[in-house]
Design a protein around this ligand. Sequence first.
Ligand SMILES: [Zn+2]
Ligand SMILES: [Zn+2]
Length: 150
Amino acid sequence: MARPRPPFEGSCLRGAVRVGATVAPLLTFACHCRDCRKLSASASALTAVFPGDSSSCIGDLTEGGLFSSGRRHVFCRSCLNFICSPIAGADQRINLRTSILNDAAPFGPFVALRTGEKLPWAHGPAGHSFSQYPAGPDDLQALMNRCADQ
Ligand SMILES: [Zn+2]
Ligand SMILES: [Zn+2]
């Protein structure tokens, strides 16, 4: 799969929230956990991880997915489109929902996460998978390095 080429732009369903990034994603993934499936109303949530200082998210936002286990989820206040999920302790990155990008085609998931909870018929193009999450920051960094090398 060809690596996505910046810059990228996207918006919520209404166009009230606008997102952008000026660098390639650090990582792309599909998370198959129960919360992501419910929040995205799909078999997995597709995410593109960008450095916070090379990406933007402009618009009126509100928190949603309020009973998700230990996570925060951000939605457009106007159309309630799922926008991103800030990760505690990783404010330097933004986990953007891939499907709000204007051209999501080049953002196929590099890795599948939480596959231990995956629906048995859910298959994707990810070349790497974890039954849970990567064990720690070093494993995550190694994954991002491999993603950058593709
Ligand atoms: Zn998840
Ligand atoms: Zn919106």
